[in-house]
Design a protein around this ligand. Structure first.
Ligand code: UD1
Ligand code: CA
Length: 457
């Protein structure tokens, strides 16, 4: 196959978004629209990717700096044909060029691959719409051969009845495309250089024009407003939910799930309502996620139960753990198998060994906790002196009494016990009871103060 260039048009202003941000940077499923298209372009293994941008200064190239792409400014914006023309100096003649759109975010790889095998010459991606208003119509002859595209604004009432429309996405031999673009005129109702006019040029030149259709109509939906963005977001979430259901995941309500990234599930996974998954999340066999949990960039091993309202971010959780309700695992938390983390427990940049428990109201930060450790309610690792962070080490089988402060750097030895209410500033030896509490005393005969009588004159 010939090498492939991809030109992504992203110069439109997006007036109807009523936003200071360039339209293509608005997010769908947690990712800027343009990034969806760039990821798809990357998956197609394009030789060269060229993004034509216009509004918002350098915001677009800056936001997409991680991609190996050429960013070309189109200023002023004189139509889609003019936009593609800006990219041409960066494209090699000896290749094919595909045109995609930064505001058509859900185009799928398989559809574009279909276009690549549709035939030589010019390939158009078209779709049949019962409500074709606003789109360019595909004109065909009696034998079904494509003749041209007529824009809505230039179409006769008869032509407007045609339901096959131009999605705008097309594939053309680069050398021909360059030649056609150079000949575009703007003598139409909008005074623009229409990319679509290359179709009639190809036909006049005897170049074959093929068409392909997307597998799903939502792939070619373009976004011009927040309303359209919200509708397409729900469409995509429904697609994600159907995909999970088809793989055997139990969803309490497919309409109340948000996947903003990649969610990989094993067998017999169950997800309750209102959960949000961000980045890459994997849930192994028999994992259950309770309602309104938010899980981002995490691996959760089999049989673990995440109860309601838990937050897990950039962490890993072993098998058969119990998390939450209301637990928070911040980045760098690693729980080994059978760990329990209960309500109002925050864990950050810490390891928690197998079978260890922190069931209530604790902060475990920058700590290494061994196996079978019991962390009593209200325990706090004091990891920060206002300037630097220090580690707390709690060895296997230790028992930390409730309401203990462990002032890092500090070590609690194997099997050590810390008495409740202690402030531990020095290492606690293995196997011993250590406490720092002042002794309890009783003052016999002590009386509570009584309200004094006011002086009467
Ligand atoms: C275009 C097609 C139409 C098709 C429709 C699908 C043309 C002439 N018409 O019409 O056949 O049915 O898309 O949605 O191509 N853009 C630039 N620079 C410009 C102009 C546009 O980058 O100078 C970008 C826009 O940001 C947008 C895309 O190109 O992403 C389409 O432009 P738009 O003006 O919306 O074209 P339509 O009139 O919708
Ligand atoms: Ca449009």
């Amino acid at each position: 196959m010939s090498p492939l260039n991809i030109v992504i048009l992203a110069a439109g202003k997006g007036t109807r978004m009523y936003s200071n941000q360039p339209k293509v940077l608005h997010a769908l499923a947690g990712k800027p629209m343009l990034q969806h298209v760039l990821d798809c372009a990357k998956a197609l293994q394009a030789e060269q990717i060229c993004v034509v941008y216009g509004h918002g200064g350098e915001a677009v190239p800056q936001a997409m700096a991680q991609y190996e792409a050429e960013f070309v400014i189109q200023e002023p914006q004189l139509g889609t044909g003019h936009a593609v023309r800006q990219a041409m100096p960066h494209l090699d003649d000896n290749s094919l060029t595909m045109v995609l759109y930064g505001d058509v975010p859900l185009i799928q790889l398989q559809t574009l691959q279909q276009m690549r095998v549709a035939g030589d010459g010019l390939v158009l991606l078209t779709v049949n719409l019962t409500q074709p208003t606003g789109y360019g119509r595909i004109m065909r002859d009696a034998d079904g051969r494509v003749l041209s595209i007529v824009e809505e604004k230039d179409a006769t009432p008869e032509q407007r009845k045609i339901q096959e429309v131009n999605t705008g996405i097309l594939l053309a031999p680069t050398q021909m495309l360059r030649h056609w673009l150079a000949q575009l005129k703007n003598n139409n109702s909008q005074g623009e250089y229409y990319l679509t006019d290359i179709v009639a040029m190809a036909v006049a030149q005897g170049v074959e024009v093929h068409t392909a259709q997307p597998a799903h109509a939502w792939e070619v939906e373009g976004i011009n407003s927040k309303t359209q963005l919200a509708v397409l977001e729900r469409t995509w979430q429904r697609v994600e939910a159907q995909r999970l259901l088809a793989h055997g995941v139990t969803l309490a309500d497919p309409a109340r799930l948000d996947v903003r990234g990649t969610l990989i599930c094993g067998r017999d996974v169950a997800i309750d309502v209102g959960c949000i998954f961000e980045g890459t999340v994997s849930l192994a066999d028999n994992v259950r996620v309770g309602p309104y949990s938010i899980i981002r960039n995490a691996n959760i091993a089999q049989g673990t139960q995440v109860a309601a309202y838990s937050h897990i971010d950039s962490s890993s959780v072993g098998a058969n753990c119990h998390i939450g309700p209301y637990a928070r695992l911040r980045p760098g938390s690693h729980l080994h198998d059978d760990a329990h983390v209960g309500n109002f427990v925050e864990i950050k940049n810490s390891e928690v060994g197998a079978g260890s428990k922190a069931n209530h109201l604790s902060y475990i930060g920058d700590a290494t906790v061994g196996a079978r450790v019991n962390i009593g309610a209200g325990t706090i690792t004091c990891n920060y002196d206002g300037a630097n962070k220090f580690r707390t080490i709690i060895e296997d089988d230790a028992f930390i009494g409730s309401d203990t402060q462990l002032v890092a750097p500090v070590r609690v030895g194997k099997g050590a016990t810390i008495g409740a209410g202690s402030t531990i500033t020095k290492d606690a030896p293995d196997g011993e009871l250590t406490l720092s509490r002042s002794k309890q005393i009783t003052i016999n005969g002590w009386k509570r103060p009584v309200k004094q009588a006011k002086d009467k004159k």
